[in-house]
Write a protein that binds this ligand. Structure first.
Ligand code: S3P
Length: 439
């Protein structure tokens, strides 16, 4: 049961220094998954030592894959080949990780053995029909609790390819279908209403799979094998996002974020912050393991509200909690629309963020698919609840850095799912932030 870890945040002086945030969560999940399915041994560097990605690694160990930990962020994965996974006689625990459960559903429905996927209290409330339905159309047999986990996946089914248009933009659903497509007869074509992160596609290609993709579609043929390859995981833009916002709003700040992943399907917040007047320079652009990376230098600047373009929503889908804080600190209103997906993340992020910021004195009008944040009101101290959602906890911690009194944040344990060492890193660059266990 989470709820034991409490953050206490207070107004910071300037934030300064250089930081490298932990490895990308999406890339780390996929690196373990594809390396496990490959022929040969793959080395992963920069792996996220977070609870979500550790859960994925633990699942693959249960499925018979040898994964050696060579050091912090380094793994050697002894791939078992596309048909080499072994069934587990106990349920496979995805913890808090929606990515793990949805991608695994696509992979496991194509195996010879049965599997059960379970998750924690938050994951057990997240919608799985979006992946079950198209997989069933491919021939899979999956039972759920009215569209919710646990998922009971029957093995021994011959899948067939589909041509499927996603009703909602989701990289997780796209990835699940492509994984099932690897085992299906014929071709699988996934079309997206808005392009989403393409790590599955790019990594499949890195592992030697012939896949045709461009923003908005991905297509592959079943029956291909994966060849082991080394993966370098970039620093997670979504973790860097908290510091981009914090340094933008805390006066006197000047921060350098090193080698941040710059995949264009992830950097929508950067565009939004710059439109709001943020001072963020992109330096030392490079390509690392096939992914764009850059240093981001962010200095404090006065922000003003914007209307976030609807087509940008998928490119910053995980960054709205942080954006809400920037918007609360900005002059004038910020309008978010077309973001109903936020209601089915680790928490209902439109509701949890609106409630948290209102507690601190912000004015927010919530709508079914977004919110208007009326910025520019001084934030006060107060007692808020993260609802077990890592990104709400970290966003509230940032809000605390500009609040006039202490901000107490309950239920912060899950910060470790995506950003182990957050408090240590944040305090090293000047955050006033403490973590306490309470009963
Ligand atoms: C992810 C896709 C997104 C994102 C999540 C990670 C992925 O979810 O919110 O944090 O790794 O594919 P959806 O596919 O539900 O949009």
């Amino acid at each position: 049961m989470s709820g034991g870890l409490r953050f206490v945040a207070a107004r910071a002086a300037a934030l300064r220094g250089r930081v490298r945030v932990p490895g990308d969560k999406s890339v780390s999940h996929r690196a373990i998954l594809f390396a496990s399915l490959a022929d040969g041994v793959s080395r992963i560097r920069g792996f996220l030592e977070g609870e979500d990605t550790l859960a994925t690694a633990a699942v693959f160990r249960r499925l018979g894959v040898r994964i050696e930990t060579l050091g912090e962020g380094e793994r050697l994965v002894h791939g078992v080949g596309i048909d080499g996974l072994r069934g587990s006689d106990t349920a496979l625990d995805c913890g808090n990780a929606g990515t793990a459960m949805r991608l695994l559903a696509g992979l496991l429905c194509a195996q010879r053995f049965d599997s059960t996927l379970i998750g924690d209290a938050s994951l057990s409330k997240r919608p799985m029909r979006r992946v079950i339905e198209p997989l069933q159309r491919m021939g899979a047999q999956i039972e759920s609790h009215d569209g919710l986990p646990p998922l009971l996946i029957r093995g021994g089914r011959q899948l067939h390819g589909i041509d499927y248009t996603l009703p909602v933009a989701s990289a997780q659903v796209k990835s699940a279908l492509l994984l099932a497509g690897l085992y299906a007869e014929g071709e699988t074509l996934v079309r997206e209403p808005h392009p989403t992160r393409d790590y599955t596609e790019s990594m499949l290609r890195q592992f030697g799979v012939a896949i045709d993709y461009a923003p908005g579609h991905a297509r592959l043929r079943g029956g291909q094998r994966l060849a082991a390859c080394d993966v370098e995981v970039p620093a997670d833009f979504s973790s860097a996002a908290f510091f981009l916002v914090a340094a933008s709003i805390v006066p006197g700040s000047d921060l350098l974020l090193e080698a941040v992943g710059m995949n264009p399907r992830r950097t929508g917040l950067l565009a939004s912050l710059r439109e709001m007047g943020a001072d963020i320079a992109i330096e030392r652009e490079a390509v690392q393991g096939g992914e764009a990376v850059a240093d981001l230098r962010v200095r404090h600047a006065p922000l003003h509200g914007i209307e976030v373009p609807i087509e940008r929503v998928p490119d910053m889908i995980d960054e709205f909690p942080a954006l809400f804080v920037a918007a609360a600190a900005a002059a004038g209103p910020t309008v978010v629309r077309g973001a109903a997906e936020l209601r089915v993340k680790e928490s209902d992020r439109l509701a949890t963020m609106s409630t948290a910021l209102r507690t601190l004195g912000a004015r927010i009008d919530e709508t079914p698919d977004g919110a208007t944040i009326h910025g520019g009101h001084l934030l006060a101290g107060g007692h808020v609840h993260a609802h077990g959602d890592h990104r709400i906890a970290m966003s509230a911690a940032i809000a605390g850095q500009i609040a006039s009194g202490p901000v107490t944040i309950d239920d912060c344990d899950n910060v470790a799912t995506s950003f182990p060492g957050f408090v240590e890193l944040a305090t090293a660059i000047g955050f006033d932030l403490a973590a306490r266990r309470h009963t």
